[in-house]
Design a protein. Structure first.
Length: 106
């Protein structure tokens, strides 16, 4: 049984030796072939950020102040959703703390 183990090991080693690549070129030889490489920049395809699409912060702050803060924005959003659906639910005013309001206490 021990001889079978050694024979199997020798066969695997012989197979690995055959799989080795051929002679390597001398690195000091200036005429040696070098694999071709291509440079690709990390910024290839980068799109510059456009600040023109942003709302100026003062205008954004004034808009939030006009509607009554962040809660006012939620009320406007709820009103738009109510108008879009065409059916309003009774008992839901959208006020913070309402049982039926999103984020309300239960």
């Amino acid at each position: 049984m021990k001889h079978t183990y050694w024979l199997l090991l020798a066969a695997l080693a012989a197979g690995a030796a055959v799989a080795q690549s051929g002679a390597r070129p001398d690195p000091a030889d200036p005429n040696a072939r070098v694999p071709e490489t291509a440079y690709r920049s990390a910024f290839e395809g980068y799109r510059n950020h456009e600040l023109s699409r942003q709302t100026p912060w003062r205008d954004a702050n004034e808009a939030v102040g006009r509607v009554g803060g962040h809660v006012g924005i939620l009320r406007e959003q709820a009103a738009r959703e109510k108008d879009a659906s065409g059916k309003g639910e009774k008992g839901t005013s959208g006020q913070p703390g309402d049982k039926d309001a999103p984020g309300g206490r239960k």
